[in-house]
Design a protein around this ligand. Structure first.
Ligand code: PDD
Length: 280
C-alpha cells in the first residue's frame, strides 16, 4: 500500500514518524474518514470543513491547502486502486523535542498522514439487510466530543464490551440520554418523526448526519433534534445510525429488546438509498 506522509507518497513500510510525535505520546491530533464509492470521494468538502474546525479548536496549524488535501486523497485512491473503501487522514501537532504538556512553538510543523482501506461491499453492505444489535453503556469520554481527536480509547473499550455481550456496537448514555454511538450518530423514529440529539460539545457533528438530515427535510420527513432516553429508543418504531463508513445503518435491537418489528425499518432503508444515490 502507498501511504501519504508530509507531502510524500511512500510504501507503508517506509513511512516513519518520530516516537516523540504528540500524536503518539499524547493523542494530540485530529482525524477524518472519507468514504470512496466508484473510486470517488464522498462529501470531501464536508469532511474538509470539519477538519478545519477540529484543528482550530486545538490550535493546530493547518499545514495544507484545500487543494493539497484533495490532491493527496485522489492520488492515494488512484495509486491504491480503491473502488470502494475509505481514506483516513490524521493531522497531529508533531513535536521535534522532549515530551512536555505545553504545546511546542506554534511554527512546529504538524505531521500529516493519510492512507486508504479497501472495503468492497461498502454500498451493498449485507449488514444493512440484517441490522445492528446495540447495547447501551455509560458515556465516559471527555467533554469535547465535537472535536474529532485521535483519542479513541473509550470508544474502543465500549465497542469491545458490546461485542463481549454479543452485540455489534454500543450507544453511549450520559445523564439518562443517548449521546451517540462509539463511532456514529444515533437516531430513532417515532411515528413519522426522525429524532436525533441536537448538536453540542456532547457529540461529534457528523458529516453524514448533516447530509441525511438535509435529505430527510427535502423528502418532507419531520426531524426533531433533541436527546432521547434508551427506553424511548427501545419503544421506537425504528432506530438507525449514520457515519461516513456505515452511511445509514438500521438498528434492530437495543439491550436485547427488538426495536419496532425487530427488522430493518423502511425509513432507515429509504434514507440509506437516498444518501447513497445522492452522494455517489
Ligand atoms: N467515526 N460520532 C462519532 C463518535 C464518530 O466517531 C463518528 C465517525 C460519527 C459520524 O460522523 P461522520 O458522519 O462524519 O462520519 C459520529 C468515523 C467514521 C471513524 O471513527 O471511523
Amino acid at each position: 500500500r502507498t501511504v501519504y506522509l508530509n507531502g510524500d507518497y511512500l510504501p507503508e513500510a517506509e513511512a516513519r514518524v518520530s516516537v516523540f510525535d504528540r500524536g503518539f505520546v499524547m493523542a494530540d491530533g485530529v482525524y477524518e474518514v472519507v468514504s470512496v464509492l466508484d473510486g470517488k470521494l464522498i462529501d470531501f468538502e464536508g469532511h474538509q470543513a470539519r477538519l478545519k474546525r477540529s484543528l482550530d479548536a486545538l490550535e493546530i496549524r493547518n499545514p495544507l491547502s484545500d487543494d493539497e488535501y484533495l490532491t493527496a486523497f485522489r492520488e492515494l485512491v488512484q495509486r491504491n486502486g480503491i473502488d470502494e473503501g475509505l481514506v483516513y487522514l490524521q493531522v497531529t501537532r508533531g513535536n521535534p523535542g522532549d515530551r512536555d504538556f505545553a504545546y511546542p512553538p506554534a511554527d512546529t510543523p504538524p505531521t500529516v498522514v493519510a492512507f486508504t482501506q479497501s472495503k468492497p461491499g461498502l454500498a451493498d453492505n449485507p449488514a444493512a439487510r440484517t441490522g445492528l444489535k446495540i447495547v447501551t453503556l455509560p458515556d465516559e469520554r471527555w467533554g469535547r466530543r465535537d472535536i474529532k481527536t485521535v483519542q479513541l480509547l473509550y470508544p474502543s473499550m465500549a465497542k469491545m464490551a458490546a461485542k463481549a455481550q454479543g452485540a455489534d456496537d454500543a450507544w453511549l448514555v450520559q445523564d439518562g440520554t443517548v449521546t451517540e454511538g462509539t463511532s456514529n450518530n444515533a437516531y430513532i423514529l417515532r411515528g413519522n418523526t426522525i429524532i436525533t440529539r441536537e448538536l453540542s460539545h456532547d457529540i461529534l457533528h457528523g458529516i453524514t448526519r448533516q447530509a441525511v438530515l438535509r435529505f430527510a427535510d427535502e423528502a418532507q420527513m419531520s426531524v426533531e433534534e433533541r436527546a432521547f432516553t434508551p427506553d424511548e429508543a427501545k419503544s421506537a418504531d425504528e432506530a438507525f445510525i449514520t457515519s461516513a463508513s456505515a452511511f445509514v445503518m438500521p438498528v434492530v435491537e437495543i439491550d436485547g429488546t427488538p426495536v419496532g418489528s425487530g427488522k430493518p425499518g423502511p425509513v432507515a432503508a429509504r434514507l440509506r438509498e437516498i444518501y447513497i444515490d445522492e452522494m455517489r
